[in-house]
Design a protein. Structure first.
Length: 165
């Protein structure tokens, strides 16, 4: 965890910009269609829960940070190639993708989700699915956090080799 906290300190401005833009895009991609962010295109049949907002914010922040870890520093000391640690381990990216999809299901309206309605019906969506949504939210944030921490820790523990190495 300490290694992960050290990595963003050395980020160039372009990475911070990508992290910010990624967080905004992630919040919009999840928040607009689920109507957690009120908008004229999408509505909810069931009111937004209080916990949807912090889950959306955490998802956006973690998603933006995770996205920024895939941006190359582009400095003169960086050597790209098959030894690039970012190219070796794709598991954190998969965890992040699963976490993002789970967030969408977690904060979405239980009876507005066509897949849930087909599988469970309206009463099942309200009695079975809705109580599971907070658990999905926790799982999604945990998966995104694990993916982000792994990427950041790997970046700090194993920096890209320089041209003189």
């Amino acid at each position: 965890m300490r290694l992960a906290a050290r990595a963003p300190v050395n980020w160039p401005p372009v990475r911070w910009a990508v992290a910010f833009a990624g967080a905004v895009l992630c919040a919009l991609a999840v928040g607009l269609p689920t109507a957690v962010i009120p908008n004229p295109l999408f509505t909810r049949a069931v009111p937004t829960q209080w916990w949807n907002y912090p889950v959306l914010v955490l998802t956006a922040v973690l998603g933006g940070a995770l996205l920024a870890t895939y941006v190359r520093r582009g400095g003169p000391d960086e050597v790209a190639g098959p030894d690039d640690p970012a190219a070796e381990d794709r598991r954190p990216g998969r965890l992040g993708a699963v976490g993002g999809v789970l967030t969408f299901f977690a904060v979405g309206c239980p009876v507005c989700n066509k897949l849930v309605l087909l599988l469970l019906g309206t009463s099942g969506a309200l009695t079975l699915w809705q109580p599971l949504q907070p658990l999905l939210a926790v799982a999604s944030v945990v998966l995104l956090a694990i993916a982000t921490v792994r990427r950041l820790a790997g970046e700090a523990a194993c920096p890209v080799r320089g041209a003189g190495a």
